[in-house]
Structures are given as C-alpha cells and as structure tokens.
Write a protein that binds this ligand. Sequence first.
Ligand SMILES: [Fe+2]
Length: 267
Amino acid sequence: MSNKFFDKQENEVIQQFLENGYVIFPLEDYHLLDKIRAQIFKWSLNILQTQIDSKEEIFFNNTHHHVRVEELNEFRLKIIAEIVNDPDLRSDIYSLAKTYIGWIVGNELAMQRNCNLSLQLPHDDSSLLPLHTDVWSGNSPYEIVFWFSLVDCYRTKSIFILPKPDSEKILDNFHQYYHFSTEQLYQTIKHDLIWLEVPYGSGVIFSHTLFHGGRVNEEDESRWSFNVRFKSLLSPYAMKEMGESFLPITIRPATRFGYNYKKPKMQ
Ligand SMILES: [Fe+2]
C-alpha cells in the first residue's frame, strides 16, 4: 500500500523491502566505486610486492592466482589495516547507497565503525559464514546490512538470503528447528534460498534478521565484497552499542538541541 508521504520510487522500494527483506539496486556513483576499487588494487599490489599489468577487474576475479589460501587471512588483515586508516572510505561507502539507505532506514543514521571485507577464493572453505541471522549474535533487529562487491557476483560466488516470508515461516515454527545443526537447517531451506545476483555497480540492502550466509564458492572466480551495517540513530541498540560498534554519521541539528537540552533549575 503506497504512502502519500513518500514519493513514487521511494514507495516502490519500501514495498519491495517490506515484502522480501532485501533490495538489489544500482549504486549511486560509479566513479566513487571505481575509486574504491582502484585504491584497493593499489594496496593489494603493495602488499603482494608485485606489478600486475592486467585490468583491475581481472585481478579481483583472479585473486586466487596471486594469494594462496594459507596466506589469505594475513593478506585480508593487511588490506583491512589500510581500510581502517583511510579517512574517506566510510563516507565513500555510505555515498554509494545514501538514497536507498535513506528510504529504508532514515536520514539520521549510525554506521558501523568497521566496514567488513570478505574475500572468497574458489573452492575455499576457510572463511565461510554459514547460514545465520545477525540478531542471534547480538545485533539489533533495527539494523540493515549494505553489501556490495568489487566483482560480478552470481550463484555460489555470491551470498544467499531466505526471503522474508520463508524466514518468518521458520522463525514462527522454530520449536521444530532449534535442535537442527546449521547444515541440517540449510538442507531444509535450500530450495527457498535466493542467491543474490549482484553485478559490479550494484549493491544490496537486507535485513539481517533474515537467514543469510554463504557456501563454498564453486565458481572459478574470487569474490571481494564489503558489508557494513546502518541503523536509525535513535532506534534501539542491542549488544553492538553506540561508540563501540556504531558511530553517528548524520545527526541533525534538532536532535543536537534535544540531546543538549537541560531543564532549567528552579533553585
Ligand atoms: Fe550476517
């Protein structure tokens, strides 16, 4: 049902998110995305101490030709150290999805302090995040995840999500499933899962209250993806708190007035 306070496209996106629990959308600024990818390419070559003449796209899809599985975590941590020290990356990542985050979450936001980088080499099972919901590990259900990749993602190179109606069916009848292992639960729901098809230049926003995760990448290409959580600044927090896990990014002045208001003392 459309809401007259939202415009047409906003209503459509909100409806889609309410029905499915996720939306795939074109990122807002391809130049910015290219800038992020170029920066990470540069860091990678520095870390690997090598020169690669191929295009960036070819390097990212073929990272498994440059980094062995045993070296992957150390390599990833070195990239993350660069990411943490980059003064622009968090705001650049926000800019890629600002409109959609605004429609789905609001415009007064807290953003996760760390932008998480995931690297999935073909046939590597060492860094998988199997089926889960983030709420079970202390995240607030008011958060969303913004996910995008530096390569085209499809089939097992991507991530899967169990759409809202199917996730709710499981959660509403969880007494039937709570004793299942993660793998048993995966086998039970695998036919209803959606493998997100996300080309380079697109992103996903999803509710991490829904079941989601990854499997071994059975494609012949590597995946580089980012995920970062956003929530409405004043919505409830869970164990991932303001300051420690989240930082305010867009506090509006009226909220500052409200926050700083002191009741006058009468005596
Ligand atoms: Fe998750």
